[in-house]
Design a protein around this ligand. Structure first.
Ligand SMILES: *Cc1c(COP(=O)(O)O)cnc(C)c1O
Length: 396
């Protein structure tokens, strides 16, 4: 009997000896999108760690170390711990909202941009009682309005707020929100996905009940992992809630990681190796050190942009170090910038929502250098549409 598994005459593939065709590295691009970031070579090299079974003690040791390092970066004390999830930042935000809000509770979502709105939508996806306060994109939160909303509805047990609203580059006053929430006996859920590791924030010091973050923004790891940091007693409490989600139930992950000391599901093992290395670098540099490094890049970038006649969305006191939202000058579109800049080696990022038409975004996260930023500004000045405008004296 002959069973033909391939067309007769087709050669069997030989063993793979060199890099596979798709794996040949393209030239380095300067990524100015807010994650995934340009990685430190030591973090990239860590990805190629040994194949590892996640139910062996070697993985437990790696997971324990990553959890502990994350908790330290988040300013957690001895009562705090962190759970690592395989999934993007949204998975951590979603797991927190789905798990923390009790059946008789609800969510007050503070919305001054895309990610604040996302937290409101997550609550809707789970059918939670919810209320949204919209402040407008790029507008600061109004603390008095938050207090009034909490007083008006005692069933709103949780307040959700984004630390760095990446859609605008705005830094929100987390400690101020947490103080109000505590005064009224409510808990705060903070999306710190694009700030933790580079902006001044501490779960203990600032009274944050739940912090969601991810590996591949200010912590400069690889994409694929996110985390939630909270008090052990808070995780233990939600372990008793009837789960709304199976794979994003923090109670399940707490029982697995804290009690059974093994992940609930198959984790992204290579991303764990990279995150461990990235966290070591982050702890060595320190949050303040990283803030200063990103801040120097952002200042160079912002001064250069203004010198070329670009207007920045936010006034200086509201700006995060990691992202700058920039107005498009009249007569210049995002596509006119994106193509030539990418050809020159720089990836810029579109704006979202109401800013999509007339703005774009530039991140200063990751292993970027001052040469990268000055190279970017040179390339921007040479983009035909920008150069033409400069020649015409720039209708500033
Ligand atoms: C990037 C980001 C997220 C999550 O994005 P993912 O694509 O799911 O990793 C959530 N919140 C903020 C503020 C972000 O910047």
């Amino acid at each position: 009997m002959t069973r033909t598994l391939r067309p007769s005459g087709a050669a069997l593939p030989g063993p793979v000896v060199g890099p596979v065709a798709g794996a040949v590295a393209p030239p380095r691009l300067v990524l100015m999108n807010p994650g995934p970031v340009v990685a430190d070579e030591r973090v990239r090299a860590a990805l190629a760690g040994p194949d590892l079974c996640h139910r062996e003690p070697e993985f437990t040791a790696l997971m324990d170390r990553v959890r502990d390092r994350v908790t330290r970066i988040c300013g957690g004390g001895p009562e705090h711990t962190s759970l690592i999830l395989t999934g993007s930042g949204t998975a951590a935000v979603e797991a927190t909202i789905a798990s923390a809000v009790p059946a008789d509770g609800g969510l007050l979502a503070l919305d001054n941009g895309h990610y604040g709105e996302r937290m409101y939508e997550i609550a809707g996806a789970y059918g939670l009682r919810r209320r949204r306060l919209e402040f407008g994109w790029g507008r600061p939160l109004d603390l008095a309005a938050v207090e009034r909303a909490l007083v008006a509805d005692p069933a709103l047990s949780h307040v959700s707020v984004v630390h760095h609203e990446t859609s605008t580059g705005m830094l929100n006053d987390i400690a101020g929100i947490a103080r109000i929430a505590r005064r009224h006996g409510r808990e705060v859920v903070v999306d710190a996905v694009s700030s933790v590791g580079a902006e001044d924030l501490g779960v203990e010091r600032d009274g944050i009940d739940w912090l969601a973050g991810s590996a591949n923004k200010c912590l400069e790891g690889m994409p694929g992992l996110s985390f939630v940091t909270a008090r052990r007693v808070a995780f233990a409490r939600v372990t008793g809630h009837p789960p709304r989600s199976y794979s994003l139930d923090l109670g399940r992950h707490y029982t697995a990681q804290e009690t059974a000391r093994a992940p609930a599901f198959t984790p992204a093992v290579p991303a764990f190796y990279a995150f461990d290395a990235a966290l070591e670098l982050a702890l060595a540099e320190g949050v303040a050190g990283r803030a200063a490094r990103y801040g120097r890049l952002a200042t160079l970038l912002r001064e250069g942009l203004e010198g070329l006649g670009f207007a920045l969305l936010l006034p200086p006191q509201h700006r995060a170090v990691g992202l700058t939202a920039v107005g498009l000058p009249d007569g210049i579109s995002y596509d006119q910038l994106h193509g030539p800049l990418k050809a020159a080696g720089f990836v810029i990022y579109a704006a979202q929502g109401p800013l999509a038409e007339r703005h774009f975004r530039l991140s200063t996260l990751g292993a970027l250098t001052t040469e990268d930023i000055s190279g970017f500004l040179d390339a921007l000045a040479r983009v035909p549409a920008v150069a033409a405008r400069e020649r015409e004296g720039g209708s500033r």
